[in-house]
Design a protein around this ligand. Structure first.
Ligand code: AHR
Length: 542
């Protein structure tokens, strides 16, 4: 296979010998430099009133996105039953084990732009049509990973299906038949075909995307044209699964904005205005929003081998997610004050220049500590908007863009972003608790960022969890946590940092950016947490 992941971009590991006095002296100086940040730590006060709770943080904000793109699906998930790579019915066991630990709530599939060129019949049955993937490298699409394989994968990792229907080049009938094929329990011809293909029981489809980026790769539609399509698909593309007829009913997600200019506010206005006037025959439950952290288009920032300037610029850009959500939520509030329609940020993450030597159509990039911080900042923004943001899907799960996992043939490495998602598991379905926090600012050149960010939430057992991100790459912080509403004795959890802002995990050095235990004792009723520079920390309070 021509594809080789360029993972050798990690920093060279240095080894030292201390046989001479100068070496000992420089070692001592290095030690002082390493410990200095804590002695010079910035003191930051954070207060939490655990008796004041907000909205529930929907676990679907921790959703994933897996598109037929590069080696995201093929090799990343699917190796086929005859592969030497250990697999269960063709699906990699190592990937499944890693993803299970994230408690992935849902996976959005088959795209992305690919969804609007996907014809589901190519991906079922014994004979699969070989088609093309014009969006992503113009490669052939074997269709060996289709509906049944996707559902099997979800079953193995314990996630729900978020299926994107083809509105751009498909028909309402094609999408309606796909849903009937997947979900009906009645003995229709399509249900019998599903059974003959190995699955007599109806599948559950939790979310239906009505197209993808219909303003661009999904068909270049005007907002009005899209709305007329959306109504048709919403009405005819039905979920028949008997278990999904009331509470667990399938949520229909309409295409929403892709930015913050007038083109996008106009789009949100048009869809939400139509929603306000909807009749019994159609409905939507969510509005999708796509927002990548790119800074420059085409993506030109490096994913590894960068310094503090690129670290701070990317994080400044990622924090714009908050303003974007505010802007579109305000429009949604006008037409849907009860917040019945969720905002689904179903594509987000850092999008950088393709790694040198990789196929540019495969969107291959490394994943660094900067991405871990970026992920934490975005998850915190979503949690703060928990009343409206009830779904989000990071792009993408494996080998593509800001991935959880990087694969090269039999090798697998977990990225810093993976560890952030793992550390945030306790926030899934927890209840938001507001925090007051002012850590001052961190400045680099003309970029000014809040030094510290954080959220708090109570899980189903009433346990309080805190997440604190120290954005400042040079300065440790000492967080003094005041807690009202509970008596705290201690806190314990994990912290994630790296020697450099562009620290990455590679196949040869997979443990450069991995979480380490962290704990704190209460002193005079306050918890004192010392956080390293450029770190993401999650603790539970005892
Ligand atoms: O994630 C890559 C692409 O970005 C998706 O296919 C598309 O929806 C978006 O433009």
């Amino acid at each position: 296979m021509a594809f080789t992941l360029a993972l050798q971009f990690g920093l060279p590991r240095k080894t030292a010998t201390f046989s001479t006095l100068p070496s000992i002296l420089s070692f001592a100086l290095a030690l002082i430099a390493f410990t200095a940040p804590f002695s010079a730590a910035q003191k930051v006060e954070l207060s939490v009133d655990a008796s004041k709770t907000g909205a529930k943080i929907d676990r679907n904000i921790f959703g994933q996105f897996a598109e037929h793109l590069g080696h995201g699906i093929y090799d990343g998930i699917w190796v086929g039953p005859d592969s030497k790579i250990p697999n269960t019915r063709g699906i990699r066991n190592d990937v499944v084990a890693a993803l299970k630990a994230l408690r992935v709530p849902n996976v959005r599939w088959p795209g992305g732009c690919f969804a609007d060129e996907y014809h589901w019949r190519n991906g079922i049955g014994a004979q699969r049509a070989v088609t093309l993937n014009p969006n992503w490298g113009g490669v052939t699409e074997p269709n060996t990973f289709g509906t049944h394989e996707f559902m099997d994968f979800l079953d193995q990792i314990g996630a729900e299906a978020y299926v994107s229907a083809n509105v751009g080049s498909g028909t309402p009938r094609e999408a309606a038949e796909w849903l009937e094929y997947m979900t009906t329990a009645q003995p229709t011809t399509l249900a019998k075909e599903r059974a003959a293909n190995g699955h007599p029981a109806p599948y559950k489809v939790a979310f239906l995307g009505i197209g993808n980026e219909s303003w661009d790769c999904g068909g270049n539609m005007t907002p009005d044209y899209y709305v007329s399509q959306m109504k048709i698909y919403s009405h005819f593309v039905r979920n028949f699964n008997p278990a999904q007829q009331d509470k667990q009913h399938m949520l229909k997600i309409a295409v929403g904005p892709g930015g913050d200019g007038p083109r996008w506010t106009d789009w949100t206005e048009t869809v939400m205005k139509a929603y306000q006037q909807h009749t019994w025959s159609w409905d939507i439950n969510g509005l999708s929003m796509h927002s990548y952290t790119v800074v420059k288009w085409p993506p030109s920032y490096k994913s590894v081998g960068f310094g503090e300037a690129e670290y701070s610029q990317i994080l400044k850009s990622t924090l714009e997610m908050d303003g974007l959500i505010n802007k579109h939520s305000a429009i949604m509030d006008k037409y849907d004050p009860d917040k019945k329609v969720a905002l689904f940020v179903d594509e987000w993450g850092g999008w950088y220049a393709p790694l040198p030597g990789s196929n540019p159509g495969f969107l291959v990039q490394q994943n660094s500590l900067r991405d871990a911080v970026l992920a934490a900042l975005n998850l915190n923004i979503f949690a703060r908007h928990a009343d409206r943001v009830r779904g989000a899907n990071i792009a993408q799960m494996i080998n593509v863009l800001q991935a959880m996992i990087i694969i090269d043939k039999e090798k697998m490495v977990l990225t810093p972003t993976y560890y952030v998602f793992k550390m945030y598991v306790p926030f899934q379905g927890a209840t938001f608790v507001p925090v007051t926090l002012d850590g001052g600012s961190y400045t680099h050149g003309d970029v000014v960022l809040p030094r510290v960010d954080g959220i708090a939430a109570k899980d189903a057992n009433g346990k309080l969890w805190l997440e604190i991100t120290n954005i400042d790459p040079n300065q440790a912080v000492e967080i003094e946590v005041s807690l009202a509403g509970i008596t705290a004795k201690s806190a314990a959890g994990e912290t994630l940092t790296a020697p450099t802002v562009d620290g990455v995990n590679t196949f040869d050095a997979p443990n450069t950016v991995v979480p380490k235990p962290v704990s704190a004792k209460a002193q005079s009723g306050k918890l004192i947490l010392k956080l390293e520079p450029k770190s993401v920390t999650v603790v539970s309070v005892e």
